[in-house]
Design a protein around this ligand. Sequence first.
Ligand code: UDP
Length: 141
Amino acid sequence: MAIERTLSIIKPDAVAKDVIGQIYSRFENAGLKIIAARMVKLSRAEAEGFYAEHRERPFFKDLVDFMMSGPVMVQVLEGDNAIAKNRELMGATNPKEADKGTIRADFADSIDANAVHGSDSATAATKEIAFFFPETQTYSR
Ligand code: UDP
């Protein structure tokens, strides 16, 4: 299996619930190392830029407003198959459809306030990591 990097965001709803530590434990227990992290309060321009691919979707404005509604915790995860592994830990976009024991099943309230973001491809991961972290601020080990 390939060592990959992926971008993870703990969204404002989960930060407000004080479950950063519980979510970090799930990453670490699954063999995903946190190799960069910072807390950020996104500006409108940043939230719109990050989700630019969804610009034409009906939920875009609500999504941007939600992502700006409080601080988020942003991290780079590294490990075997990290992109798919993180998506598996997250569960389905809609927490009502998320498998039992996934982050979204356990911590998310709705499809809008769904606790976490994770890159969905290698291309997205590269772009999303660069959006938040210069290479010099990541610490593989
Ligand atoms: N989203 C939403 N309503 C929808 C679909 C998506 O609010 O009907 C939000 C939701 O927060 C989701 C994000 O838009 O996490 C990005 O959507 P995507 O389909 O990429 O889901 P994800 O990759 O986050 O599971």
